[in-house]
Design a protein around this ligand. Structure first.
Ligand SMILES: Nc1ncnc2c1ncn2[C@@H]1O[C@H](COP(=O)(O)OP(=O)(O)OP(=O)(O)O)[C@@H](O)[C@H]1O
Ligand SMILES: [Mg+2]
Length: 321
């Protein structure tokens, strides 16, 4: 059953369309990963759904409320972990969370218990009395994530929760987001980290230039790429068209993507049978191999498949828009 439904949701900033006729349905109780490169429109979509900014066209139903007509009712259902935490610089992590718990209506006893618990969970208990202006970027982000863990809203918008956070912290936060989902919250996770989206999401929607390109479970998205296997080959020099044509003539080879002139990604079937012949082809044509790696498709490959670009190239394209 869907808990969020967007209807041609659009945001225009002057002549830039940040979110372009988004039609999306998010299921009750799922972690929905909104994945896309910098500038794809993820934060703009999240800010519209959470009633922080207004759409220029279209709308969305959140819970049972229209974000345009009943923003106050929507706000009662949701919590937001902002990409850019806005914390008063003289506050301390403890003040911020205690105040947040108060606003969420927790009793004094429950507030004390939960604030302590959550500060410990995000590893900020020892730093609870430091002024916000003295916290690192990762620490501020931990406090921002902690706010949503205190609130435990029905619908949680979490924008780049682990940007600037170290690997151990990332895994802890991922577990806490899963626990929140398991307790019944629906989570909309905006991220540009493919691995994070893959690890956490029940379904992923890939956004690029304001549009939703594709949306499904990570497994279905990966399986949708023709040729279940991938070989990444780096050559010591730039490859030529003849070698590529010869490669494409293999029955097992489905697609060859040239990431750089000496860096190829080959999508194929039956990799174990055909890899010796592929190695031979490069050597015979005078292209020594500097590295070769076989793998299953990842969400990176899904992104390349649908956009023809790596996520880094897509970011460069967007920033030069
Ligand atoms: N207030 C604003 N005024 C003008 N342009 C804006 C504004 N907010 C966002 N944009 C533009 O809209 C586009 C989408 O931005 P948005 O922040 O939604 O992307 P994002 O997918 O969240 O990127 P990131 O991964 O960097 O967080 C960008 O080109 C951005 O410059
Ligand atoms: Mg963003």
């Amino acid at each position: 059953m869907s808990i969020i439904k967007t209807i041609d949701l659009t945001k225009r900033f002057k002549d830039l369309i940040a979110v372009d006729h988004l039609n999306l349905s998010i299921n009750d109780g799922e972690i929905f990963g909104l994945l896309g490169p910098n500038g794809a429109g993820k934060t703009t979509a999240v800010l519209m759904l959470s009633t922080v900014i207004k759409p220029t066209h279209g709308t969305a139903i959140v819970g049972e409320y229209d974000i345009r007509k009943h923003p106050d009712d929507v706000r009662k259902l949701i919590g937001i972990c902002f990409q850019e935490p806005k914390l008063l610089w003289v506050s301390t992590p403890w003040d911020v969370l205690n105040w947040h718990a108060k606003v969420c209506g927790l009793s004094t006893r429950e507030r004390k218990r939960r604030v302590k618990q959550v500060l410990e969970d995000v590893n900020m208990w020892d730093d609870r009395r430091k002024k916000v202006h003295g916290l690192s970027g990762g620490m501020k982000k931990r406090v921002e994530v902690a706010k949503i863990l205190i609130q435990r809203p029905k619908i949680a918008f979490i924008d780049e929760p682990t940007a600037q956070i170290d690997v151990v912290g990332k895994h802890k936060i991922w577990n806490m987001i899963r626990e929140l989902r398991d307790e019944g919250s629906t989570i909309i996770l905006a991220t540009n980290e493919l691995f994070e989206a893959d690890m956490l999401s029940d379904r992923v929607g890939i956004m690029h230039k304001g549009k939703m390109l594709v949306c499904d479970t990570p497994k279905t998205l990966k399986d949708s790429i023709l040729g279940g296997d991938i070989i990444d080959v780096q050559l010591e020099k730039e490859v030529n068209g003849n070698a590529i044509e010869e490669l494409k003539s293999f029955r097992e080879v489905v697609d060859v993507v040239m990431l750089k002139p000496n860096d190829l990604k080959i999508h194929l079937n039956k990799v174990e049978e055909v890899v010796p012949q592929i190695v031979n082809l490069f050597l015979k044509n005078g292209f020594p191999i500097s590295s070769i790696r076989m793998s299953e498709p990842s969400l990176d490959d899904v992104f390349v498949h649908y956009t023809g670009l790596t996520i880094e190239e897509a970011e460069q394209e967007i920033t030069s828009r």
